[in-house]
Design a protein around this ligand. Structure first.
Ligand code: ZN
Length: 138
C-alpha cells in the first residue's frame, strides 16, 4: 500500500475535513505556517486519469481548502505543489508563503528548503489549532 493510501486510512489525527473525493489534512511540518495537504481518497497517479466530473469536484475541493487557509493565515500568496515524483498518488501541498520570507528568499521554490522541514515538525498543539481555525472557514 502506498504511503498516501495509508495516510488516507489513518488520517484521524491530522484530518481537517473529509470532502467527497479528498481529505484535507494538516501538513507534517510547519516550516510554512498553515501548511496543509489535500490528498485524493482513491489511489490514482495522474490528474488526467480522473473523470472530468471528479477533476472538477477535486479542483473545487482544492479551492475551498486554499481559500480557508488564506482566510486564516493571510499569506502573501499560496504555492500549489503537485508533483507525484516521490509518491505517485494525487495530492497537493498547500504552501502559504509570507512577505517576510519572500523578502529574503524571493520567489524560491517551496522545496528549496526541504531539508529543514523536519526541524519544524507539527506539534500536537499546532495540529489542533490549525484544524480548528481552518475548519471554521470551510
Ligand atoms: Zn495511494
Amino acid at each position: 500500500m502506498c504511503i498516501l493510501c495509508e495516510k488516507v486510512e489513518n488520517a484521524e489525527d491530522f484530518l481537517i475535513h473529509e470532502f467527497e473525493h479528498s481529505l484535507l489534512i494538516v501538513g507534517e511540518h510547519q516550516y510554512f505556517k498553515g501548511y496543509c495537504q489535500l490528498v485524493l481518497k482513491e489511489h490514482v497517479a495522474d490528474l488526467t486519469d480522473l473523470t472530468d466530473k471528479v477533476q472538477e469536484s477535486f479542483f473545487k475541493e482544492l479551492m475551498i481548502s486554499a481559500k480557508a487557509i488564506r482566510k486564516v493565515y493571510k499569506p502573501e500568496r499560496m504555492n500549489y505543489s503537485s508533483l507525484g515524483n516521490v509518491v505517485p498518488h494525487i495530492h497537493f501541498h498547500l504552501f502559504p508563503r509570507y512577505q517576510e520570507e519572500l523578502n529574503t528568499k524571493i520567489k524560491l521554490d517551496p522545496w528549496a528548503d526541504a531539508e529543514l522541514f523536519d526541524n519544524f515538525k507539527t506539534t500536537e498543539e499546532q495540529i489542533s489549532t490549525i484544524r480548528e481555525l481552518v475548519r471554521k472557514e470551510l
